[in-house]
Design a protein around this ligand. Structure first.
Ligand SMILES: [Mg+2]
Length: 255
């Protein structure tokens, strides 16, 4: 396998499982660090702050700078500032997204004529917030969702995810939303834009075919599937679009 300039890792199921590190992945990141190669962590999780994710990585033995961590909240904020300069933004979302927008210097407004409506998971969402977002989009604002997950598993069964609320607003306003989280290529596009990499310089590494591998394929870079999480190698083998490489774990990858 060739050496890349930017190794982009999924987190859950690729670098750790809950609080437990995946040792082969931790060793691989250490090898990248020793060789001075660049790496980034990209996760659809928008509820954790970058600092919380940095601590989660530290807990499994990876010391990393915050700038290498791209949650869907952070990436959404960067995407807006890269593509909608000086935009007025209407937001539905939790603290993670609010902080990310603020750190990018994006001004959040409640008026009904913003340039962009951005939606992340908001556990206090109510009719008025959804009504305002729907109206703003009909007034011409672009609809951007941090991630499209319709539901997520809990001890009570599945509960509504961000994608459910974004779909609701999109249906009312009659538009197609743009999603930032994987499998959309936007997270890799934001990293490419920020550092000036070519697509051939980048590789996307993940356990989940439907999010990580498709994100890389949609973007147009090489991909590595690891058999340490959601999608088994057997299931990946049946897919029409194959990852560039399939490994049991990252100990098998030479640098
Ligand atoms: Mg994963």
């Amino acid at each position: 396998m060739k050496t890349y300039n930017a190794y982009c890792f999924d987190l859950d199921g690729t670098v750790y499982r809950g609080k437990e590190g995946i040792e082969s992945a931790v060793r691989f990141v250490h090898r990248l660090q020793e060789k001075g190669l660049e790496y980034y962590f990209i996760t659809n999780n928008s509820s954790k702050t970058t600092t919380q994710l940095q601590h989660a990585l530290r807990d499994v033995g990876i010391e990393t700078e915050e700038f290498r961590i791209y949650s869907s909240a952070i990436t959404t904020a960067k995407f807006i500032s890269q593509n909608y300069k000086d935009a007025k933004v209407n937001m539905i979302g939790s603290e993670g997204l609010e902080t990310a927008l603020k750190e990018e210097g994006i001004s959040v407004t409640d008026d009904l004529h913003p340039d962009v409506v951005v939606m992340g998971i908001d556990r206090t969402v109510d009719y008025m917030k959804l009504a305002r977002a729907s109206a703003a989009i009909q007034n011409g604002a672009k609809l951007i969702g941090t991630n499209k997950d319709i539901k997520f598993p809990t001890e009570y069964g599945f509960l509504p995810g961000n994608g459910s609320f974004v779909s609701l607003v999109a249906n009312v306003a009659g538009v197609e939303p743009l999603y930032v989280g994987k499998p959309s290529p936007v997270m890799l596009e934001v990293i490419q834009e920020e550092y000036g990499y070519g697509k051939e310089d980048m590789v996307m590494i993940g356990d989940n075919y439907d999010t990580d591998i498709l994100c890389g394929i949609h973007f147009g870079c090489d991909t590595i599937h690891v058999n340490t999480g959601v999608t088994s190698t057997e299931v990946v083998m049946e897919k029409e679009a194959q990852p560039t490489y399939c490994y049991e774990n990252l100990d098998q990858v030479e640098l």
